[in-house]
Design a protein around this ligand. Structure first.
Ligand code: MRU
Length: 344
């Protein structure tokens, strides 16, 4: 199996997700600025994987610091974490991971600079290993909700979007491990094609039955009775259960409601942002126009055409059958259920 992101001999190694499925190439990053650029350019993507990469990027920056005293180190550390936080605005796991690294630095300010560097590397590695375990728990809880049949997923919320195993794809993996027979339909996910390039690649590699469809086929498939459930991941979940996820998720949720198909969201607690009351307040990333006007460097729209490219949309919680976390599945009313997760 491939490794999405890894700490190796004081470097961060990541599979280049922009080159999949044609090429499986691992890139080695030696500086935090390179890691920040890799997050921005979506070499690594998917909320939990972004969080892990950012933590490792912060650790890398800390290790390379030439500061000899804590005052100098703190100044540099602020610069590192600020750059990392400026990479992508929607996935809250990024800010969650940076905050966790900042807390390690402030809680251990009495250590020597060298000892603190080691502590920060340990923390980044812990965030990585915890993420795999969390995904497996999400898979175990969510797997129970799926019956034998077909599951539609949107974007890539798999091993490539996490430290391993995946959230939405973790639920599918969990159901299969529990003995259910599951066939997956993967939306291609325009414009970045996370579904066709990444989900199709990773499921095929894992020998899970997967069929690729374009985004505009989901309604047809549902009307024909070919979809039994929908499972997607999340980039940020508001306190009321509204979910920001890859653009197009909202349309799938509306279609699922029309056809009486359960729509599940799978995500770790680190994706839940209790400070945000509802979905309207979630910042939505706008990405480059060329993602829409070009495909593999070739123009597919007239030059000078006006373009919109919001990378995420918000699915209102009323359309969500359950939010599956490492601490179990939560159902409506989400305000109460999500809050309770944090005291479990
Ligand atoms: O722009 P991306 O590829 O980072 O968006 C990814 C998604 O929307 C995923 O569904 C989400 O991050 C969940 S990943 C477990």
């Amino acid at each position: 199996m491939f490794k999405t992101v890894e700490w190796k001999n004081n470097t961060v190694v990541m599979i280049d997700q922009t080159l999949l499925p044609e090429k499986e190439i691992y890139r080695k990053y030696k500086t935090y600025t390179e890691v920040a650029k890799a997050i921005k350019d979506m070499i690594v993507r998917g909320a939990p994987a972004i969080g892990v990469a950012a933590a490792m990027g912060v650790a890398l920056g800390a290790c390379k610091s030439k500061a000899t005293d804590m005052k100098g180190f703190s100044k540099e550390f602020d610069k590192i974490t600020s750059l990392m936080a400026s990479t992508r605005p929607t996935a809250v796991n990024l800010f969650w991971a940076i905050e966790r690294m900042r807390k390690v630095a402030s809680d251990n300010a009495s250590l020597s600079v060298d000892k603190l560097k080691k502590r920060l590397v340990e923390e980044a590695k812990t965030i990585h290993s915890e993420d795999i375990e969390i995904c497996k728990l999400i898979g175990r809880h969510g797997g129970k909700l799926l019956k034998n049949g077909t599951v539609l997923t949107h974007c890539n919320a798999g091993a490539l979007a996490t430290a391993g195993y995946g959230t939405a794809l973790g639920v599918i993996r969990g159901a299969i491990e529990q003995g259910r027979k599951i066939a997956v339909y993967a939306d291609e996910t325009r414009p970045f094609l996370q579904g066709s390039r990444l989900t199709a690649w990773e499921l095929k590699k894992d020998k899970i039955d997967v069929t690729l469809i374009t985004d505009n086929m989901a309604g047809y498939m549902m009307k024909k009775g070919l979809i039994d459930a929908v499972v997607v991941g999340a980039d940020r979940i508001a306190a009321n259960g509204d979910v920001a996820n890859k653009i197009g998720t909202y349309s799938v949720a509306v279609l699922a409601r029309e056809h009486g198909i359960p729509f599940y969201v799978a995500a770790p607690l680190s994706t839940i942002d209790m400070k945000i009351k509802h979905g309207d307040f979630i910042p939505i990333e706008e990405r480059s126009e060329t993602e829409v006007t070009h495909m593999k460097g070739k123009r597919i729209a007239p030059a000078g055409i006006k373009v919109k490219n919001p990378a995420f949309d918000v699915t209102p919680s009323k359309l969500i059958a359950a939010i599956i976390t490492e601490k179990g599945a939560v159902r409506k009313p989400y305000n109460k259920g999500l809050k309770a997760l944090f005291s479990k």
